[in-house]
Design a protein around this ligand. Structure first.
Ligand code: FAD
Ligand code: UDP
Length: 367
C-alpha cells in the first residue's frame, strides 16, 4: 500500500514524489514509457547528450526554483540564442536590434520603433485578438511574414489568425543588441544532461516503467490512498466532454560522423512554410562539445491523434472551453491531484512545472 500513486515520471511527477518522500510519504511512480524524465529526458549517444524530445533549456526568474534544480545537477553557462533561417537568409532571435538591422538596415532603436509603428498603423491593428494581429502589432508585417507566419502555421497546423495571442508573447522583443532568447535571470543546461536530475529525484522511490495507468486502472487505483495524475485529463475522464487537441512532433535524428560542426548553433529555426521541419537542433552545442562528430535532430510538427505523444496543448477558445469542463470534475476530486502540462492543459515551461509541483506538495502536506 502506498500513500500516493504518481502517474508520470516527468518533471511534475518526479518533483512531487521527491518532496512527498522527504515528508515521510510512500510513493509509487509509474510511467508508460521505458524511461524516467518525461519530455525532459536526455540520453548519451556517442558521448553527446541528446535531448530526445526536443531542445530543453532551463530558465527561470525565480531564485528559489533555480536553487532547487541546482541541487540535482551543475548547470553550465549556455544562453539560448537561436538563429532563424528564412530561405537562406539568417536572422537573430529573439526579435532585437540585430534582427531589425539585418532586415531594414536601421541602426538606432528609434528608427526600428518607427518602422514597426508604421507597419502596425498600415495594418490598422488597435486591439490584437489573435496571434497574427499580436505579432504584427509587436514587430510589424515584415518580421511577421518572414520569421513568424511560416513557423507558426507549421508548428500549430492552423492559421495564425486562429491561434491565441499569448503564444507569441513568449518571445521577447528588444530594442537592444541582445540575442538572449529569454529575459530570465537564470539560465543553463545541466552538465551531463537532464536524466541525472530524475535519477536523484526518484532515488529510493518505487518506479514502474512500461506501465500505462489506463491498462491497469482498477488495480493501480487500489494500491494507494491518493493519485497524482500527470497524463491527459480528457483521457482520465474517458473523453466524456470530447477530445482535447494537442500538437505532436516527429523527431528525425542523424549521427554525422564526418562533420564536427553542422550549423554553428544549438538551435536553428526554419521559418519559411516550404521546409517541413520547424527547427534543427545540434545537441553538442548545448554543452560546448568538442567531439569530432555531431548529432542533429529535425523537428517535424504533426497533428496529434490517439497513440501519438501529445507534446503541446492547443489553448484556443474551443479547447479551453472543453478543458474547463474537465477541470470542474477535477476540482471535485478528493483523492486525485492533477498536475503538469497534460493534466492542467497548459503550455508550461520546466520552471513553471517545478513551481506548481512544489506549491501542490505544500498545499497537500503542510496544512
Ligand atoms: P511530461 O514531461 O509530459 O511527463 C508526463 C509523463 O507522464 C510522461 O513521461 C508520460 O509518458 C507519462 N504518462 C502520461 N500518461 C500516462 C499514463 N496513462 N500512464 C503512465 N504514464 C503516463 N520547457 C522549458 O523550460 N525549456 C525548454 O526549452 C523547453 N523546450 C521544450 C521543447 C519541446 C519540444 C517540448 C514538447 C516541451 C518543451 N518544454 C520546455 C516544456 C517541458 O517539456 C515541460 O514543461 C515538462 O516536460 C512538463 O513536465 P510534466 O511532468 O508536466 O509532463
Ligand atoms: N515563433 C515564431 N518564429 C520563431 C520562433 C517562434 O513564429 O522563429 C513563434 C511560434 O508561434 C512558436 C512561438 O513563437 O510556437 C513560441 O516559441 P517558442 O520558441 O517558445 O516555442 P517552443 O520552444 O515552446 O516550441
Amino acid at each position: 500500500m502506498y500513500d500516493y500513486l504518481i502517474v508520470g515520471a516527468g518533471l511534475f511527477g518526479a518533483t512531487f514524489a521527491y518532496e512527498a518522500k522527504k515528508r515521510g510519504k510512500k510513493c509509487l511512480v509509474i510511467d508508460k514509457r521505458d524511461h524516467i524524465g518525461g519530455n525532459v529526458f536526455t540520453e548519451e549517444v556517442d558521448g553527446i547528450q541528446v535531448h530526445k524530445y526536443g531542445a530543453h533549456i532551463f530558465h527561470t526568474n525565480n531564485k528559489r526554483i533555480w536553487d532547487y534544480i541546482n541541487q540535482f545537477a551543475e548547470f553550465n553557462r549556455y544562453t539560448n540564442s537561436p538563429i532563424a533561417n528564412y530561405q537562406g537568409e539568417i536572422y537573430n532571435l529573439p526579435f532585437n536590434m540585430n534582427t531589425f538591422n539585418k532586415l531594414w538596415g536601421v541602426t538606432s532603436p528609434e528608427e526600428a520603433k518607427q518602422k514597426i509603428r508604421q507597419q502596425r498603423e498600415a495594418a490598422h491593428i488597435t486591439k490584437p485578438s489573435n496571434l497574427e494581429e499580436q505579432a504584427i502589432s509587436l514587430v510589424g508585417t515584415d518580421i511577421y511574414q518572414k520569421l513568424i507566419k511560416g513557423y507558426t502555421e507549421k508548428q500549430w497546423g492552423r492559421s495564425a489568425r486562429e491561434l491565441p495571442a499569448f503564444i507569441i508573447k513568449r518571445l521577447p522583443v528588444r530594442f537592444t543588441y541582445d540575442n538572449n532568447y529569454f529575459n530570465d535571470r537564470f539560465q543553463g543546461i545541466p552538465i551531463g544532461g537532464y536524466t541525472q536530475i530524475f535519477e536523484k529525484l526518484l532515488d529510493g522511490i518505487d518506479v514502474k516503467l512500461n506501465t500505462d495507468f489506463f491498462k491497469e486502472r482498477n488495480q493501480l487505483e487500489n494500491c494507494a490512498d491518493k493519485i497524482v495524475f500527470t497524463g491527459m485529463i480528457d483521457q482520465f475522464y474517458d473523453y466524456q466532454f470530447g477530445v482535447l487537441n494537442y500538437r505532436s512532433l516527429r523527431f528525425e535524428t542523424e549521427i554525422l560522423n564526418e562533420i564536427d560542426n553542422f550549423q554553428g548553433n544549438a538551435v536553428v529555426n526554419y521559418t519559411d512554410n516550404k521546409t517541413a521541419f520547424t527547427r534543427i537542433i545540434e545537441h553538442k552545442h548545448f554543452e560546448f562539445g568538442k567531439q569530432r562528430h555531431t548529432i542533429i535532430t529535425k523537428e517535424y510538427p504533426i497533428e496529434w491523434r490517439q497513440g501519438l505523444e501529445p507534446y503541446y496543448p492547443i489553448n484556443d477558445d474551443e479547447n479551453n472551453e472543453i478543458y474547463k469542463l474537465y477541470q470542474n470534475l477535477a476540482d471535485q476530486e478528493a483523492n486525485v491531484i492533477f498536475g503538469g502540462r497534460l493534466a492542467n492543459y497548459k503550455y508550461y515551461d520546466m520552471h513553471q512545472v517545478i513551481g506548481e509541483a512544489l506549491a501542490t506538495v505544500e498545499r497537500e502536506l503542510e496544512n
